[in-house]
Write a protein that binds this ligand. Structure first.
Ligand SMILES: [Zn+2]
Ligand SMILES: [Zn+2]
Length: 443
C-alpha cells in the first residue's frame, strides 16, 4: 500500500468512526433553517463544532461566516473545504421554520456536515500533510429576498448580495489557494456523486413600477395601473425567449407583488428578477432584453419604472485537475457506474462560480436520498450518509492527494489551472454589473 493510500484509509476509518456525529450535524442544521445573512444560530452551531475539534476560528466574516484553519506539518498550500450556511424560503416544506418559512430545500445542511466531517477525518493526519486545511462555513449562497438585501446593502451591511463575493471582497479567501464543497442533489442526477458540472451565472434586478391610484369602480380612467404594466412586461419577457441561443442556457425568473387594495387601481408593483446565462456576455445580452421588456410594459400603461441591476453569480467552471482527483476517489468509494464525471451545465447558479474566477474550485454533487425537485417542498436530505458522510470522505481523500508529500499535487493543480483574476480585477468585473435606470434616479 502506498503512503498516500494508507493515509486515505486512516481518514476514511476516522470518518466512519464518527459517522453518527456527522449525520447528527446534518439533521440538526436541517431542523433549524435560517436564510442568508441571518444564519446566526447555524453559525453558532458551527463554532461549537469547531470548538469540539479544538480549532480556533474567525467569526462574523461577512456577517455570519466562520472559518477555521487546521495546520499541516508545513503550510505550503491551503485547501478550503466549504459548507454553505443558508436555507431557502419554502412555505409548506416539512422542515420549514413555522415563523419564517425558511427551509433547507437545497440541502445545505449536508454541506455543513460534510465540511465538519472532512475535518474529523483529516484532524489525526494533519501532521503528515504539507499544507493547511481551511474549514469555512460561508453565508448567503441563495439569492433570495432581493429587496431586503438591497436595503441592507444601502445601509452598508455588505456590498454584494450573496456571500462568497462579499467574502472575496473583505479578503477572507486571500490565504486560500483552492476550494471545494459538495452539494447534495436529487438522487436521480447523482447516483452517488457527480464530480463536475458547470453552472449559469446571473444578474439580479429589482423593478419598481409607479403609477397613479384611483377608485377602481368609480374613476378607473383616472389611474395608471402599475400592476398591469408589470404583467405586460412579463409577457414581453416571455416573447423574448425565442431570441435566446440554446447554447447560452438563458433562464429569466421573476416574482411580482402589486397593489394595496382591490378597490383601487394599483399605483405600485414590485418585481424581483433573476437573469441567468452560461457566460457573462450572454448574461448582459439577456439582461438588456429584459430591461427593454420592463420599459415596454411601463410605456404602454404610462407608468414609471425604476430598474436596479446587480450581480448575482458569475458562471461556474470547475477545475479539471481537481475534478479528476475527486473522480478517482469517488470511483474508489462507489465504483465507476455510480459516478458521473461531467454532468454538463446546470441551469441554476452558484457563487462558487465567483470563487472559481480567482482560484481553482470543485463543486461535486452527492446523492441526497430525495428525487424531488430542488427548491420545492419535497426536497430535503433523507440519506445523510450519502449526502454528508460520503462527501466528507471523498473531499478528505482529495485533500490528502493534494497536500501529501510536499503538496506536489496542489502545486500541479495550480500550475495547470487556467489564468485567474486578481481580487481587484474580480471586484471591478462585479461592480460593472451595477446599474440603475429610469425612475427618480437616472444614472
Ligand atoms: Zn439552492
Ligand atoms: Zn444550494
Amino acid at each position: 500500500m502506498t503512503r498516500n493510500a494508507e493515509l486515505k484509509k486512516a481518514v476514511c476509518a476516522e470518518i466512519d468512526r464518527r459517522a453518527a456525529e456527522i449525520t447528527a450535524i446534518s439533521e440538526e442544521v436541517l431542523r433549524h433553517p435560517e436564510t442568508g445573512w441571518r444564519e446566526s444560530e447555524t453559525a453558532h452551531r458551527v463554532r461549537r463544532w469547531f470548538d469540539g475539534l479544538g480549532l480556533a476560528h474567525e467569526d462574523g466574516l461577512a456577517l455570519t461566516g466562520v472559518k477555521a484553519r487546521m495546520r499541516g506539518r508545513t503550510s505550503r498550500r491551503s485547501v478550503a473545504v466549504l459548507g454553505e450556511l443558508d436555507a431557502l424560503l419554502v412555505d409548506g416544506h416539512p422542515y420549514a421554520d413555522p415563523t419564517t418559512t425558511a427551509a433547507h430545500a437545497c440541502g445545505h445542511n449536508a454541506q455543513i456536515a460534510s465540511m465538519i466531517g472532512a475535518g474529523y477525518g483529516l484532524a489525526p493526519v494533519m501532521d503528515r500533510l504539507d499544507g493547511d486545511v481551511v474549514l469555512f462555513a460561508v453565508p448567503a449562497e441563495e439569492c433570495i429576498e432581493v429587496d431586503w438585501r438591497l436595503r441592507r446593502r444601502e445601509a452598508g451591511d455588505f456590498e454584494f448580495i450573496v456571500g462568497k463575493p462579499e467574502l472575496i471582497r473583505i479578503g477572507a479567501f486571500d490565504d486560500v489557494d483552492m476550494a471545494m464543497m459538495t452539494h447534495a442533489g436529487p438522487t436521480v442526477s447523482a447516483p452517488a456523486a457527480a464530480v463536475a458540472a458547470s453552472a449559469n451565472g446571473s444578474l439580479v434586478k429589482r423593478a419598481a413600477f409607479t403609477g397613479v391610484a384611483a377608485h377602481a369602480g368609480a374613476t378607473p380612467w383616472a389611474g395608471a395601473n402599475a400592476l398591469k404594466a408589470a404583467t405586460l412586461a412579463i409577457a414581453a419577457i416571455d416573447a423574448q425567449r425565442d431570441t435566446f441561443d440554446d447554447a447560452d442556457t438563458v433562464r429569466v425568473s421573476q416574482i411580482l407583488t402589486g397593489g394595496e387594495a382591490v378597490s383601487a387601481v394599483p399605483a405600485h408593483a414590485h418585481m424581483e428578477l433573476m437573469v441567468r446565462a452560461g457566460s457573462v456576455t450572454a448574461m448582459r445580452d439577456a439582461a438588456d432584453k429584459v430591461d427593454r421588456a420592463l420599459r415596454a410594459g411601463a410605456f404602454a400603461l404610462g407608468v414609471d419604472v425604476r430598474v436596479e441591476t446587480v450581480g448575482g453569480y458569475l458562471p461556474l467552471s470547475v477545475d479539471e485537475p481537481l475534478a479528476d482527483l475527486l473522480h478517482d476517489n469517488c470511483v474508489s468509494l462507489f465504483g465507476a457506474d455510480a459516478v458521473i464525471r461531467d454532468s454538463g451545465r446546470m441551469g441554476g447558479s452558484t457563487d462558487m462560480g465567483d470563487l472559481g474566477h480567482i482560484m481553482p474550485v470543485a463543486h461535486p454533487w452527492a446523492a441526497s436520498g430525495s428525487a424531488a425537485p430542488f427548491h420545492g417542498p419535497g426536497f430535503f436530505t433523507t440519506d445523510h450518509v450519502a449526502a454528508a458522510v460520503n462527501p466528507a470522505k471523498f473531499m478528505a481523500m482529495t485533500v490528502v492527494d493534494l497536500l501529501c508529500e510536499g503538496a506536489e499535487r496542489a502545486e500541479q493543480v495550480l500550475s495547470t489551472s487556467g489564468p485567474k483574476l486578481s481580487r481587484d480585477a474580480y471586484l471591478e468585473l462585479r461592480r460593472s454589473f451595477d446599474t440603475v435606470t429610469g425612475g427618480i434616479v437616472e444614472r
